[in-house]
Structure formats: C-alpha cells, structure tokens
Design a protein around this ligand. Sequence first.
Ligand code: URA
Length: 426
Amino acid sequence: MTHDAVEVISAKRDRHALTDSQIDWVIDAYTRGDVADEQMSALAMAILLNGMEPREIARWTDAMIASGERMDFSSLSRPTADKHSTGGVGDKITLPLAPLVAACGVAVPQLSGRGLGHTGGTLDKLEAIPGWRATLSNAEMMAQLEDVGAVVCAAGDGLAPADKKLYALRDVTGTVEAIPLIASSIMSKKIAEGTGALVLDVKVGSGAFMKDLERARELAETMVGLGKAAGVHTVALLTDMATPLGLSAGNAVEVAESVEVLAGGGPADVVELTLALAREMLAGAGVTDVDPADRLADGSAMDAWKAMIRAQGGDPDAPLPTARESHVVTAPASGTLTRLDAMAVGLAAWRLGAGRARKEDPVQAGAGVVWHARPGDAVTEGQPLLTLLTDEPERFERALESLEGGYEVGDEASYTPTDLVLDRIG
Ligand code: URA
C-alpha cells in the first residue's frame, strides 16, 4: 500500500500507533529519497515526543534491516558472538575482548563505527596501529573469521542504509535520545550483521547516553526484546559510566592499555568487564567449558590479537604514535580521589584531538588523557593526577576547562565505591 509522508507524520503527532504498512512505506521511501529529510525530521521528533509501542519498534527495526543486505555466517566452522557498547569514555573493551573470545573458540564478527562526540570509536583506536586498515570486503571478513576468529572492521554501506541516513539526520535535529530510535538503530545493524549471539553493554552515568538507571534499563529491555524476536541470543549488562574505564581515554593510549590486559596485566576494571562480557558471549554461543581468564593468562588471547591485527595489515609490534606535547595536572590536596567524572574526561580527550566534531574531521592518534589514580586511590598533594596529550598545545586550555569540577580529592570516608556491573537483562 502506498502512503504519504504528511499522513504518517500526522498520525504520530496525534499519538496514534503507526501501522505496519505505514512503517514499511516510510522507511523504504526515505531510503530511496522519496521522503524528504525535513519530513523524516518531523516524524523522528514526533516519535521522540510520543513514543512507539513494542510492535511498532519491532516493525521499524525490520524495515531498516530490509533496507540493505544481511550477512550470513552460518557456513563458518564455529559459532559467532558479538558485543555492542552504547558508548563510554575509555571504553576500549572491544580491543581485548574480540581476540579473547576468538581464543576461546567463538568467532567475533564486529562491524564498528568511528567516534563522534566525546565517546571514542573503536576504529579510530585501532587505526592508531601502524598499517592497520578498517575496510574489508565481505569475502576478506569471512576468510579472517575462519582463520583468526575475530574481525573488527567498518560496516559497509550495504548494511541498514536506512539507519545510516536516519542516524545522521537525528544527530542534527535533536532526536538521537528517543529510546525506540536508539534501540532500532543499534539492533537493525546487529541483526543484519548476522551474529548468532549478542551481548549489549548498556552504559549508565554521566559519560553515557543514558544518565540514569531506569532509562538505561528501558533501552536494554527494548533491545534484548528485539534481538530475541529476531532469533539472536541476546543479553544486556548495565554497566557504570559515571567514572571512565581504565586509566586512559584516547586512541593510541587505549590500544596500549588493551595490550597490557592481553599480556595479563592492565587496570582491574577493564579486566573485570572484559571477562564479564566474554563469559556472556561464550554462554550465548553455547560454549561453557572454557574460562576466558585462562586464555588471558596463557597468552592465547594475545596470539589471537596479533593475528587479528596482522590480518588487517597492522604491525602489532610497531611502536604506537605518541603526542608531541603533554601537560600534567597535579593533585590539589592530599587524601582520597573521591570522584573522576567520565563526561569531563571524555570532553577533555575530545578537545585534545582524540575525537571529532564533524564526521569528516581527522583524529590525532596520540591525543588523549591518562589518569594516574582511580576513585578510591590515595593521592598526595602535587603528585601527577592527569596527563593531557596532544600534538597542538593550543588545545590544552579548552581541555583544562572541561576538567574543572571533574575530579575531587577528599577524605576516605567520603568515597563510596560503586559496582561496575549494575544489572543483567536477558
Ligand atoms: N548508536 C547507534 O548506532 N544508534 C543510535 O541511535 C545511538 C547509538
């Protein structure tokens, strides 16, 4: 059946549920260019304000999947599992996780994106490795999954093209934050990617999309429902993003930290989350007799990492790029670091050049922030607390501004530890 854009927009404006036929039509017509950007903007805003029922979200997701190709990994000799994070500061978990899960016998086909705004993109981080390339053909991806067991590469234009267009539009029309649109955007890509199992890391806190637990839970439940309805074994962990992960945010600095984890060291929170997500991915793929902690300890995850980087042209042993300039922020008093705010650190790293303001901007491989204490650690007045890194020293001033009020040193009693994994939805 054919519809027209004004009819569909008016229906949602007047708080009606859209019919399957209206949804199929509007997504297809928008992808083909028959519905204009200004019409889709109005519809996205009506959805943000008036919401969608579960049936509408499921149909919207299916229509976005149908706008492009679907990948199929059923011919691989091992099961597949993937992870998606809704985005956080210092969130380098994909880097150690993909090779770790591969080392446990499950293939990881991860189609990733670049960062926009204060959360970094996995591809930007990996591109800090000399020679590494993000673009693979479908045939190269299949071959690497069979040989190495893990691929992290750029999603091709053929995957959910409706989402590509709609996400760019939402970004400039204040309509990113709608749960039905976020859930369908993420899940259309992950379902079209063809993974058998999926673990969602839904971040909660100042550095995340979802600032409070209730909204994060609603997003997680919506996404898990969509995944299960599509036959993908899906679970979600709600994890803390009030504090940035690990001890670094940036590109090369996060690769270095990930390599430490693969070598059996690294910050405790990064190790904890990597193992928690690995266990969920393995369980989702039906592998229950391997402990991923053993694969970190015995070096096989590191071997898989090196193979994964080499397969995409990178040199895992080459020195990583470093920033030309650094600036140290010292502790203002002695005591306990009681707070380090993820948003403040993410903004600082972004302003130093680790992230981009527009999607065509370049990023600096060496830029970022390294912190020398985590909340709960004792600090001494004057000791280095944060090191800011950039190639362009004129960026320090704005980065320092974003850190104002972003950390606190107090007495031990005023520090309240929080759990990293806040809930599990599955
Ligand atoms: N990531 C996505 O892919 N889509 C959204 O809508 C939000 C985050």
